[in-house]
Design a protein around this ligand. Sequence first.
Ligand code: COA
Length: 260
Amino acid sequence: MDFQYIRVYRYEADPRVGAVQLNRPDKLNALSLPLMDELITALEAFDAEPDVRCMVLHGNERAFAAGADIDEMAQADSVEMLLRDQFRKWERIAALKKPLIAAVSGYALGGGCELAMLCDMIVASDTAQFGQPEINIGVMPGAGGTQRLTRTLGKALAMELVLTGRFLSAQEAYRLGLVNRVVPVEIYLQEAFALASTIASKPPIAVRLAKEAVLKALSTPLEIGLEFERKNFYLLFSTEDQKEGMQAFQQKRPPQWRGR
Ligand code: COA
């Protein structure tokens, strides 16, 4: 498929990892409508591709993404924004079945921060900056920022970031649990790919059901989440990979996953 605003490729060292690079560097990867359409199309295509097991999304060293495209919104009125409803389709990224890792360097602001939070994990370079600066341009987060930031950081800090527009450094984001790890900018992509490759080496159906169960914790009361988890756990006992994994353990040999 031909894309104008993203670059789609497989990780050379492990083609089970699909990668998408946001590729609008002159605009700090501002997330325009056509860019987001391309991104969602590419991620959903990887999600449907049987030999892809994990995905990495990244920008460039200067910017993961500096937000939704302000030029597209500057003149819009509420009715136009409502009819456009551009952020609804972002939830299709949260609905991907395969794990998606954001590799973030430089700016992850506004929609860029929200996009990173839609991913399952974040590997950050030591130059990464996270923030919701919409307040400085007369609006507020609209693609999940007030909800996902609050669930991750707690009310007080989320409130501060949303109301002041202050940026979090990579180290601060790490301490607060927003990102999985911080590494020097020279190796942040390599680190994200290594993490993706580790996940790609695991039994895919178990990965899928485990991801689903972890995400459930964010959207359900505990009892419902626990019941969901148990059912996914029991379901895995009808996979060949469960038989193989447990037998391989008993026979003291590495398992061969079949993804069935
Ligand atoms: N939407 C549209 N264009 C954007 C953008 C966005 N969210 N963020 C950056 N750009 C564009 C700039 O307009 C500029 O384009 P130009 O060269 O054609 O003028 C280009 O990207 C480079 O940005 P610039 O502001 O010159 O870089 P900087 O290093 O001086 O500042 C930022 C970097 C990130 C601090 C600044 O670009 C910024 O504040 N961006 C907006 C962040 C934001 O409010 N996001 C939430 C949007 S809802």
